[in-house]
Design a protein around this ligand. Structure first.
Ligand code: AMP
Length: 429
């Protein structure tokens, strides 16, 4: 099978790494890819939103399966675009169409969906510019903290947790009147704050059937102890000890089943990943958000724990044939640590030469924001590289990941030293 992966981050490198292990694979292409994916397959210089370019690449390289990594092409309708071409009817696509991608692309849509199908989630109400007075009034009757969410995609920045009525009202005005997040905040969802521990559950659906992939916990803040600014993700751990069998059964019954059923009832075909961000509140799952793709860096801990042929699962999902497919998981712990550029998540350094790869002996290296210049690898993004340690114990997996993060060298390197330590403490109260 000839496969095309769209994207250029650590997530896509992890996809490429996993898929390259499949006996079903003939040729692997990644658009645009990164220096890590170039070692496994062929990078194509086509951007993920260049739909015409992607279509041409599918034809030129006789692609049979397209895997869409990031959300932007999904929300912009890459599936709908490709499906509209008569000559591409035979290809499989992993990733929903524009309708399904609204689960991620519109918080208002996803909250309405959850309320309609009684999927546990925080109480919420949506406001626009014309109803701002009602929104400000609504806030006076709520308790704090409270959560304000820009409806549309805002590069992970559109969620504000307001600690007081004043802050909440000011934020609502900024979002609706001053377009704080551009068009994305033309609608704002105001939602109750949920207490608890967060985790993410990943589902691969074919529209009818589904498999649940390993769960993960990620670390969003730039500094240890979850302090400092929000980032795209500084690390992740899988499995998550509080996601025990009882809790995961609840997730399945109360969240996954009604989500799949709800999509069917709405007439929304869905072949692809559903990433469910959950709050575990006293053993009960509440949905914080849906994403229409895998997480990054969660993919870098989820895929290494899948022992089954992943390409076979992806192809089955794209063809509506997941029924009866079993997923075999490893018992190992996976921990990934992201090394990031100096300054990130604000203005950050770029173009620093990276060395020390040969000293990473017992961890997986997933390139994220790197570039190859004159045979050297240099930093080119905020999040530079994910280093995944695998072991039978969580302690060892943490150590392997941290050792690898230490071994990689470049000017301005930063990484969190506490990835997985909270989970370790939870394991050993
Ligand atoms: P989202 O983009 O919806 O995932 O929100 C980003 C982050 O904000 C989440 O990962 C949570 O840490 C936090 N968050 C979002 N909604 C809530 C909520 N209702 N209660 C508590 N924290 C929340």
């Amino acid at each position: 099978m000839n496969v095309l992966i769209l994207g250029s981050g650590g997530r896509e490198h992890a996809f490429a790494w996993k898929i390259s292990q499949s006996p079903l694979l003939s040729s692997l292409y990644i658009a645009p890819g990164n220096p890590g994916t170039a070692e496994i397959g062929t990078n194509l210089s086509v951007q993920v939103t260049d739909f015409e370019g992607i279509k041409q690449a599918i034809k030129d390289f006789h692609i049979e399966l397209v895997i869409v990594g990031p959300e932007e092409p999904l929300v912009k309708g890459i599936r709908d675009f490709l499906e509209a071409d008569e000559s591409l009817q035979h290809i499989g696509i992993v990733g929903p169409g524009k309708l399904g991608a609204q689960l991620e692309g519109s918080k208002d849509f996803s909250k309405n969906f959850m309320h309609k199908y009684q999927i546990p989630t925080a109480k919420s109400q949506t406001f626009i510019k014309d109803t701002i007075e009602e929104g400000l009034e609504y806030l006076t009757k709520q308790s704090f903290p409270i959560v304000l969410k820009a409806d549309g995609l805002a590069a992970g920045k559109g969620v504000i947790i307001a600690q007081s009525l004043q802050e909440a009202q000011d934020t609502l005005k900024e979002m609706l009147l001053d377009a704080k997040f551009g068009d994305a905040s033309a609608k704002v969802v105001i939602e109750d704050f949920l207490q608890g521990i967060e985790l993410s559950v990943f589902v691969l659906s074919d529209g009818e059937n589904y498999v649940i992939l390993p769960e993960a916990k990620d670390y969003k803040r730039i500094r240890e102890n979850d302090e400092g600014l929000n980032t795209g993700g500084m690390g992740a751990v899988s499995p998550v000890p509080f996601a025990n069998e009882k809790f995961m059964e609840r997730v399945k019954q109360k969240v996954v089943e009604p989500t799949i059923q709800g999509l069917k009832t709405e007439g929304i075909p869905y072949q692809g990943f559903i990433f469910i961000g959950l709050m575990n509140h006293d053993g009960e799952p509440y949905v914080i958000e849906y994403n229409a793709r895998m997480g990054d860096p969660e993919t870098e801990v989820v895929l290494p724990r899948i022992e089954s042929d992943f390409l076979s699962l992806l192809f089955a999902s794209s063809k509506g044939k997941l029924n009866g497919q079993k997923i075999v998981l490893s018992d190992q712990f996976a921990v990934t640590t992201m090394v990031v550029s100096g300054g990130y998540p604000e203005d950050y350094r770029k173009g620093d030469e990276m060395t020390g790869f040969e000293n990473v002996k017992d961890a997986l290296i997933f390139h994220a924001g790197t570039k190859s210049v004159d045979g050297k690898i240099v930093t080119s993004g905020g999040r530079v590289m994910a280093l995944t340690g695998l072991s039978n114990t969580l302690e060892n997996a943490i150590q392997k990941s941290q050792k690898a993060a230490n071994a990689i060298q470049y000017e301005g390197k930063h990484f969190r030293k506490d990835i997985g330590l909270d989970v370790l403490r939870y394991n050993k109260p």
